[in-house]
Design a protein around this ligand. Structure first.
Ligand code: PEP
Length: 257
C-alpha cells in the first residue's frame, strides 16, 4: 500500500439543525480557522435550503460544502428530491450518501445507494458513503459482513479512477447520536477491513488514496484517540458539529501527528 498522503478531514453533518443566523456564525469561525489550518480539510453539510448561502459564505476559503442526500435521477416527478446537478449548482462539492438515518429511518436500500453513488460521481460530486452495522448485527458478530455487503453493493460499477476520490464513513449505527463511541480498537478493525475491501475492489494504491472517516458520537474528548489510528482519516460529526465550541477543537485535533 502506498505512503499515506491523505489530508485528514473533519466533516460536520448538521442534519435538520441550524437556521441562517446560527449557521452564519459557525461558518464564519470555520472559515477563519481554515486559513490557519492547512493540514485539515473542513467540510460542512447544511440542510439543503442553506446550501447556496453556505457555499457563498465559504467561497475563497478552504471550507467545503456537502449535501446530506440526493436522488439518483437527473430530473422528473420526484417530489421533495434534489438531483446531483442541482446539488452541484447549489455549490456543494460533496454529498453524504447512505447515512444510517437515510437507510434505517427512510428505508433506503443498498441498491438505491449504489445508484446515488454513480449519479454523484457522474456529476463530479464526491460521495461520502456511509456504512455501519446496527447493535444487533455487532452483537451477532456480523459487523464485517454487513459493512462488506454495503460497500460491495454501493461501489459496484465504480472504477479505480473514481475510487481514489471516494470518502467512506464508517458509522456504527449504535454510536450515532447515542453518546456511545466505538473504541479506537473497534474502529481500527473495521477501518482496516474497509481499506482491504477497497484494495480488493480496485488496487492497493487506489485504496490508499481514499479517505475513511469514523462517525458516531465524536466529541472533543474522544477525537485524539480515534485520529491516532492510521486508517482513520478524519471524522464525520453530527451533534458536536453544531457549535464552534465543540467543532473547532475537533477540527484542530484532526491533524495527524
Ligand atoms: C452522524 O450523524 O453522522 C453522526 C455521527 O452523528 P453524531 O456525531 O451525533 O453521533
Amino acid at each position: 500500500m502506498s505512503e499515506n498522503t491523505r489530508v485528514p478531514m473533519a466533516a460536520g453533518n448538521w442534519k435538520m439543525n441550524l437556521g441562517r443566523d446560527s449557521a452564519r456564525k459557525l461558518v464564519d469561525e470555520l472559515r477563519n480557522l481554515s486559513y490557519s489550518l492547512e493540514s485539515v480539510q473542513i467540510l460542512v453539510a447544511p440542510p439543503a435550503l442553506l446550501l447556496p448561502l453556505v457555499a457563498d459564505w465559504v467561497s475563497g476559503s478552504r471550507v467545503m460544502v456537502a449535501a446530506q442526500n440526493m436522488h439518483w435521477e437527473a430530473r422528473g416527478a420526484f417530489t421533495g428530491e434534489l438531483s446531483a446537478s442541482m446539488v452541484r449548482e447549489a455549490g456543494a462539492t460533496h454529498v453524504i450518501l447512505g447515512h444510517s438515518e437515510r437507510r434505517h429511518v427512510f428505508g433506503e436500500s443498498d441498491d438505491w445507494i449504489r445508484r446515488k453513488v454513480g449519479a454523484a460521481l457522474a456529476a463530479d460530486l464526491v460521495p461520502i458513503l456511509c456504512v455501519g452495522e446496527k447493535l444487533e448485527e455487532r452483537e451477532a458478530g456480523r459487523t464485517l459482513d454487513v459493512v462488506g455487503r454495503q460497500l460491495s453493493i454501493a461501489l459496484d460499477g465504480v472504477g479505480a479512477d473514481d475510487g481514489a476520490k471516494i470518502v467512506v464513513a464508517y458509522e456504527p449505527v449504535w454510536a450515532i447520536g447515542t453518546g456511545k463511541t466505538a473504541t479506537p480498537a473497534d474502529a481500527r478493525e473495521v477501518h482496516a477491513f474497509v481499506r482491504r475491501s477497497l484494495a480488493e475492489t480496485w488496487d492497493g494504491e487506489t485504496a490508499g488514496r481514499a479517505h475513511i472517516l469514523y462517525g458516531g458520537s465524536v466529541k472533543p474528548s474522544n477525537i485524539a484517540g480515534l485520529i491516532a489510528e492510521p486508517d482513520i482519516d478524519g471524522t464525520l460529526v453530527g451533534g458536536a458539529s453544531l457549535t464552534a465550541e465543540q467543532f473547532v477543537p475537533i477540527v484542530k485535533s484532526s491533524m495527524k501527528r
